[in-house]
Design a protein around this ligand. Structure first.
Ligand code: ADP
Length: 223
């Protein structure tokens, strides 16, 4: 299925903002990239629809650039918390459909939540949690924290799970985890909302939702 072309404003082109910019552009979306540092702007200039050297906290300049014609914004200003908050406030006033902001710490995150950022990310912290889980268990492929308590995770079925149906594995009763999908190892097709009678083979990928506590238990006993 071809994805609809979407339009993004990225402010702050450090490692995080640059990586988002490059990925969105390479997937064919329209991206306007802004940084106050000219060198950072030049690095992405050839890849994006428009790259501009500007200060994200300068509302007049943002309006002149017509940024409000874009649908979604990503504020990836790193250390300057004040600039990040002010930029988010300005963009919020401009009526973006969605504003995603990189937070540096919990205090920053709380303020962003209060002023209406739609999605707040903590790249280092989130990546740390993911890497720790995959170090502890080679079977955890990916891990997304949905809330402080709940997560979505992808695990590779272990030998212990091989040849057993979902009913036999009884993951919901034993670990409080719901299996959302199974990606069989040998087939390209993904099985969405699998049945109790579906059998798991070693190496199949299971997509699960559950609490972080449940995941730890499942990790220790089954993976
Ligand atoms: P990372 O950890 O993602 O590398 P950095 O803190 O290194 O984050 O990068 C943040 C980027 O945001 C830098 O390129 C910096 O020039 C840019 N930046 C900081 N303040 C502003 C601002 N007010 N307007 C535009 N860009 C800014």
């Amino acid at each position: 299925m071809k994805q609809l072309k979407r339009s993004f404003l990225v402010i702050g082109l450090g490692r995080f903002g640059e990586s988002i910019t490059k990925t969105l552009s390479s997937l064919g979306h329209e991206v306007m990239a802004i940084d106050k540092d000219e060198g950072k702007v030049n690095k992405v200039a050839d890849l994006v629809t428009q790259a501009v050297q500007a200060d994200g906290t300068d509302e007049g300049v943002l309006r002149e650039l017509g940024v409000s014609n874009l649908d979604e914004a990503i504020v990836a200003i790193g250390d300057d918390i004040q600039a990040s908050i002010l930029t988010t406030l300005i963009l919020k006033d401009m009526g973006f459909n969605r504003i995603v902001v990189k937070a540096k710490n919990d205090y920053h995150s709380k303020v962003l939540e209060k002023i209406g950022a739609d999605m707040i990310v903590h790249p280092e912290k989130d990546m740390g949690v993911r890497v720790a889980h995959s170090i502890l268990s080679g079977n955890i492929i990916d891990f997304i924290e949905l809330s402080p308590d709940y997560s979505l995770f992808e695990v590779s079925a272990s030998e212990k799970m091989n040849g057993r149906s979902l009913k036999e594995l009884n993951l919901r009763a034993k670990y409080g985890c719901t299996v959302m999908a199974i990606k069989p190892k040998d087939e390209g097709k993904i099985n969405i909302s699998p049945n109790a009678s579906d059998v798991v083979k070693t190496g199949d990928v299971l997509v699960l939702v559950g609490t972080n506590r449940d995941l730890n238990k499942l990790e220790q006993e089954l993976l």
